[in-house]
Design a protein around this ligand. Structure first.
Ligand code: FAD
Length: 488
């Protein structure tokens, strides 16, 4: 059988391995770390378990699909439960909002808490759903870069409806046209951060994201987020995929314009095709550094998505008013994004995302305690003085949470770990520590993501959050699906 070599065991690399194994390839995955999953990793400290990266699980059907493809029953490997409410929101003015899973109930909640009419929320979500029905086939589910994509009738229709996908104004401007209440505008603006973008710049097309969350739902995997990785690695193993850990790939070996294999610390390994799950910037600049003529300069110089600063705190207390997902909004969202995107530092009043998996999985923390994942959005790494920025941010976050929860948090913290743009970059080779590859701050971003197949080198493919269709678990899984549809 033909041999496929995969660089990186991130979620997209694992999914690509499964798909190619099902197609009959012999598949080997080379991973730099001594564990699989890349950003989708976990760690433990003093009886607390923490998911290190992603915490929000949407579109679980793309995970299930991989088991079904292999002729297995998803629930034998992997279970998850639907969230309701999806998330709790806390505003500086004292407003609390529950984002209920049911759209009608959620509309009523908005009306009760803010005065904005439920019917306005309904209209908004209908618009969001419309954008989804137009964009889904074109932008997400297949290669944008093949001529044949454009020749399909449904694709062609979608392009003709380009005006209808609201690409020519910002998310924020669109949201202001739907809602009078600033809190509701802020609520919907936040969805820009789901792919590391800026709602004041990103096209209103991204207002499709609330539809994905509302319509398809948000979920919690029974074993925590990391069980997505472990279940898929088990599935891949059962299909004969071989994983090599502690095996950084140093080079993709070419002969003229064709892939020959890869070079690792064990020497050169030959293969019929190579799929890079490494960030596209590093794939070219490290693995193909001797072939500058193949580097797509325009794509590689694009603006990156934002990064994150995360404090993992073991907390010796339980907060009844908190849920799995909680947001503590900044009083001035525009100023916060101005700091992230223009000043490239951290605003003194950041929006705080607090995730507590022990709310759903009680053994994630000792009895009477909670495992806090406290994250703020920060700029991509451009050599800022992160140590100084982190000291300030830590203080501001503790003050804000203590004030809004009416309890001094600092004395409750049993332990602390920190992840910042530098460590995100070094642990998973994500250029500038960006979470989602390139940003979507322009209406053309979707067209400027790197394709899933090289147009210059035969046998070379790409998957993962830095290439088409984009970052986040669902899109990474789709990138693997597209790769699989492109190989013979
Ligand atoms: P990555 O996870 O980036 O992994 C790439 C792998 O390749 C790594 O294991 C790396 O070691 C390996 N590798 C790189 N170079 C080499 C080499 N030369 N040789 C061998 N191996 C190599 N998404 C969501 O859907 N929901 C969320 O709530 C969410 N929150 C997030 C929060 C944080 C803090 C972070 C960091 C990300 C979050 N994301 C979220 C984004 C999501 O984690 C990513 O989009 C996704 O996991 C990226 O997967 P990937 O396949 O591109 O690979």
């Amino acid at each position: 059988s033909k041999k496929a070599l995969i660089v990186g065991a991130g979620i997209a690399g694992i999914a690509a391995a499964i798909r190619l194994a099902v197609k009959g390839y012999s598949v080997e995955v080379y991973e730099a770390n001594n564990y699989p999953g890349g950003k989708l990793n976990q760690f433990e400290q003093d009886g607390y378990r923490f998911d290190a990266g992603p915490s929000l699980f949407t579109m679980p059907q793309y995970v299930d699909e991989l088991f079904e493809l292999a002729g297995k029953k998803p629930s034998d490997y992997f279970g998850y439960q639907k969230l309701d409410p999806v998330c709790k929101y806390f505003y500086e003015d004292g407003t609390h909002l529950n984002a209920y899973a049911d759209a009608g109930k959620f509309g009523n909640e908005i009306q009760t808490q803010t005065g904005e009419l439920a019917i306005a929320v309904k209209r908004y979500l209908e618009n969001s759903s419309r954008i989804y029905s137009i964009t889904n086939h074109v932008f997400l589910e297949r290669s944008l870069h093949l001529l044949k994509t454009y020749l399909r009738w449904d694709t062609f229709k979608s392009i003709l409806r380009f005006g209808k996908i609201d690409a020519f104004r910002s998310m924020h401007n669109a949201n202001q046209s739907f809602f009078k209440d600033k809190r509701v505008v802020q609520f919907f603006d936040r969805y820009a951060t789901y792919n590391g973008s800026n709602p004041y710049a990103a096209p209103a097309t991204l207002n499709v994201i609330p539809h994905l969350e509302q319509h398809f739902g948000a979920y919690f995997p029974e074993g925590g987020m990391h069980s997505i990785t472990s279940a898929l690695v088990r599935l891949a193993g059962s299909l004969g995929v071989k994983f090599h850990y502690n095996s950084p790939v140093a080079e993709i070996v070419l002969r003229e314009k064709k892939v020959k294999g890869i070079r690792t610390n064990a020497g050169i390994i030959g293969g019929d095709l190579v799929i890079s799950n490494m960030d596209i910037w590093f794939t070219y600049n490290k693995l193909l550094s001797t072939y500058p003529k193949f580097h797509p300069q325009k794509i590689l110089s694009q603006e990156r998505s934002s990064s994150a600063l995360i404090f993992y705190w073991g907390i010796r207390h339980q907060f009844k008013e908190l849920d799995l997902h909680n947001i503590f909004f900044s009083a001035d969202y525009e100023a916060e994004f101005d700091h992230i995107w223009r000043q490239k530092d951290i605003y003194h009043d950041p929006t705080i995302y607090l995730n507590i998996s022990s709310k759903y999985k009680s053994d994630d923390a000792p009895e009477g305690c909670e495992n806090w994942f406290v994250m703020i959005n920060v700029p991509a790494n451009a050599g800022q003085d992160w140590d100084a920025l982190i000291v300030d941010a830590r203080k501001n976050i503790l003050n804000k949470l203590s004030r809004l929860l009416g309890k001094d948090i600092s004395p409750l913290t049993a332990n602390e770990n920190i992840l910042d743009p530098r460590s995100i970059e070094s642990r998973t080779s994500s250029y500038q520590g960006s979470l989602y590859g390139t940003s979507s701050n322009s209406q053309f971003a979707a067209f400027l993501r790197h394709a899933n197949k090289s147009s210059k080198v035969k046998g070379l493919y790409f998957c993962g959050g830095s290439v088409h269709p984009g970052g986040g678990i669902p899109l990474c899984l789709l990138s693997a699906k597209i790769v699989s549809s492109l190989v013979d």
